[in-house]
Design a protein around this ligand. Structure first.
Ligand code: IVH
Length: 678
């Protein structure tokens, strides 16, 4: 930078710094102290101002800018990182006697020493370690195997309760550990959205939190509203002095800007520990996030060394795990729900019962095998449990309360909706109704999936309108949507719910959906096992509908992440004449039936690449697209026709051997970039 530009940009740099500080402050008040100092609009305006300046002066943008909270950068791969301090786990127990033994043993080992305990919640999430140097977050790593974890720094930066820059008098070099949790509210909203988008919901907040940290797109992680609960702080020996009690360290961490939950207590004896455990065993259901127990730590950190470690865990701490709460309640009846694929799910209607803070009325019975394995009889009392997961589960039958002479539950053999005999495909646990075209919930379910946000995204066509159009005989399959005419729509509904404007908006939204990319059209078709990601992979691999229609099962199975089961399902689906007709009608209506490739060059014309390993600048999908955009072809396996093997890091040795055997040249990422002139 020359002298003039240095002088020029200084005021801008200062302005950016001030904006960042102000936004950090507002974030802190909002997330740590539940206080809004400005309106959402004002906040957004400040953030936008900073974003604009960063776009204009990228060289002045800080990697710790609060704009990083919204994400946007893409994780190419999650680098493996060795932990500076191994991430130990804790001894754990469900038994109060063992907690008493732990306490007595600790007292014996510390032989007359004055000490206390800190009791805190055991957060039910994903453990991560955050390294701070000079008050700045430099790295976030998952627990992994305790010695080596994954670098998830980009995603961690999007979590508002992880401070990017510390406040106050911070230690120069230390690690903060804690748990990333998915608060119940945010988790449920997120799962509802997933279902509306035709995706499988996550089983519980912990799995969802774990999946979120491993998302490639950090902007997607930012949307998930995760929370970080700090529970541990450590510094390398001799460099830094931290407070000498664990409790003190947590308070100190709070001053530095971490979110430390208020549910911590210093306990002086076993009676206080037990009281804390008993309290939270009952009160845990009122917390906004999941906890699966209580962690008890010796408070005086100087005593930790004296107590030492066992093979895997410290002797100065232990976790008491809450037992899953269990009740029994009578089974009143069973509903059999039919999904869009025809899959039948039995659901138990239960006498309402209180369990872990909510009233349970229904619970899934999964499938016929599940019912048979518990030998469930009519009128049985079922045991229901609610563990760390918020979804209640049937875990058994209370045999002692079985009504006399009650008969085993007979699984239905006909569809409860349309009466068609059910089938159970070989190797599958579920029953299906095969009447895809005549069974109401299947037809409506497919339509709902087709118009959902991540598919064709025809917002104005909600479930009620679809039902209306179906009952009016206007829409029976997804292709019918594109034949709707204005005069058919107006006045539709019991109270003429669709009027001029509604009809115009609906037709406009349908028109817009014709621009939805091919990969989403594929997803919208609702083939079994083909989710959003699978559809993308299929689209990228085959490029257009005709190649996909012509593909054999073996070819389909070549596609990354498409296994044999999915390959067969896709092949079977595409082979059915009624599906081919729908595809042709959609094509005629003008939907996208091929990937729109923006060609960037033709340097790779006539060359075929096989791509393997992990790359520095691209994800694997990106590099494949890049090859195609420069005129090259990508193939799944090395053969005599392969021009180059493009090798990233960690490429399998088999691939290399095969390439060498067939005399295929091996390219590094840099050599490849040179080849396309970048
Ligand atoms: S302390 C050396 N405190 O439970 C002690 N752990 O098996 C480090 N956890 O891996 C752990 N809440 O992921 C501690 N308040 C808490 C915790 C907590 C959840 C997790 C953590 C650890 C596992 C112990």
């Amino acid at each position: 930078m020359d002298l003039f530009s240095a002088i020029d940009t200084e005021p801008v740099r200062q302005q950016m710094e001030q904006l960042a500080e102000r936004i950090d402050q507002l974030n802190h008040e909002y997330y740590m102290n539940d206080r809004s100092l400005v309106s959402d609009q004002e906040f957004d305006a400040l953030l936008r101002q900073l974003q604009d300046l960063e776009a204009q002066y990228p060289e002045l943008a800080s990697p710790l800018s609060p704009t990083k909270r919204v994400g946007g950068e893409v994780n190419k791969s999650f680098r493996q990182v060795e932990h500076r301090f191994p991430m130990l786990s804790l001894g754990n127990t469900y038994s109060m006697e063992e907690i008493e033994e732990f306490e007595a043993r600790t007292r014996r080992l510390l032989d007359g020493e004055e000490f206390s305990y800190t009791c805190e919640l055991k957060y039910d999430g994903v453990a991560i370690g955050l390294t701070y140097r000079h008050g700045q977050l430099v790295q976030a790593v998952t627990r992994g195997n305790g010695a080596v974890g994954d670098d998830i720094t980009l995603n961690a930066k999007t979590i508002p309760t992880i401070p990017l820059r510390l406040r106050g008098d911070f230690p120069d070099d230390f690690e903060a550990r804690g748990e990333v949790v998915f608060p119940y509210d945010a988790f449920e909203a997120f799962n509802r959205q997933r279902e509306a988008d035709g995706e499988e919901p996550f089983a519980n907040p912990r799995n969802a939190a774990s999946g979120s940290l491993k998302l490639q797109d950090s902007a997607e992680c930012a949307k998930r509203k995760l929370m970080f609960c700090m529970y541990f702080m450590m510094a390398p020996d001799g460099t830094t002095t931290l407070p000498d009690t664990h409790y003190g360290r947590l308070e100190y961490a709070r001053q530095l800007g971490f979110k430390v939950q208020p549910y911590i207590k210093e306990c002086k004896d076993i009676a206080e520990i037990k009281a804390f455990i008993d309290h939270w065993d009952r009160a845990r259901w009122e917390l906004p996030f999941g906890t699966d127990g209580i962690v008890i730590k010796v408070n005086q950190t100087a005593l930790w060394d004296r107590l030492g470690l066992t093979a895997k865990s410290p002797r100065w701490a232990i976790a008491y795990k809450f037992k899953a709460e269990r009740v029994s309640t009578p089974l009143q009846s069973i509903d059999y729900q039919v999904g869009r694929t025809g899959k039948v799910t039995p659901v138990a209607n239960l006498a309402p019962v209180h369990l872990g803070g909510t009233t349970v009325r229904r619970a899934t019975l999964v499938n016929a095998d599940f019912i048979a394995s518990f030998d469930i009889h009519q009128g049985d009392h079922l045991f229901i449990e609610k563990g760390g997961e918020i979804i209640p589960k049937v875990v058994g039958v209370d045999i002692d309360r079985r009504p006399p002479a009650s008969l085993p539950v007979q699984y239905i053999d006909r569809c409860p909706e349309c009466g068609t005999p059910l089938v159970r495909p070989e190797g599958e646990a579920a029953h299906y109704c095969p009447n895809a075209d005549g069974c109401h919930p299947q037809i409506i379910g497919r339509l709902e999936h087709f118009v959902s946000r991540k598919a064709m995204n025809i917002e104005t066509l909600g479930p009620e309108r679809l039902e209306l159009l179906y009952r009016a005989g206007l829409v029976r399959d997804v292709a019918d949507i594109y034949s709707l005419r204005r005069e058919q729509l107006i006045g539709l509904g019991d109270e003429a719910t669709i009027q001029d404007k509604g009809a115009d908006n609906l037709l406009a939204a349908i028109e817009v959906s014709k621009e939805v990319p091919f990969e989403r059209v594929l997803f919208a078709l609702g083939m079994r096992y083909v989710g959003e990601v699978g559809a993308k992979k299929l689209a990228r691999y085959f490029k257009d509908m005709d190649s996909l229609l012509a593909a054999s099962e073996e070819e389909l199975a070549q596609v990354e992440d498409v296994g044999e089961v999915t390959a067969k399902a896709v092949h079977d689906w595409l082979a059915r004449p009624e599906h081919r007709r729908i595809v042709e009608r959609l094509r005629a209506a003008g939907l996208q039936m091929s990937c729109r490739q923006t060609a960037l060059g033709n340097q790779l014309d006539g060359l075929t690449f096989v791509v393997s390993g992990v790359f520095e600048r691209f994800s694997r999908d990106e590099i494949k697209t890049h090859i195609e955009q420069h005129g090259g072809k990508v193939s799944g396996s090395i053969s005599g026709k392969t021009s180059y093997l493009l090798a990233g890091e960690k490429m399998g040795p088999e691939k290399r051997k095969k390439a060498e055997k067939l005399g295929v040249s091996i390219l590094t990422e840099q050599e490849y970039l040179n080849m396309v002139g970048q």
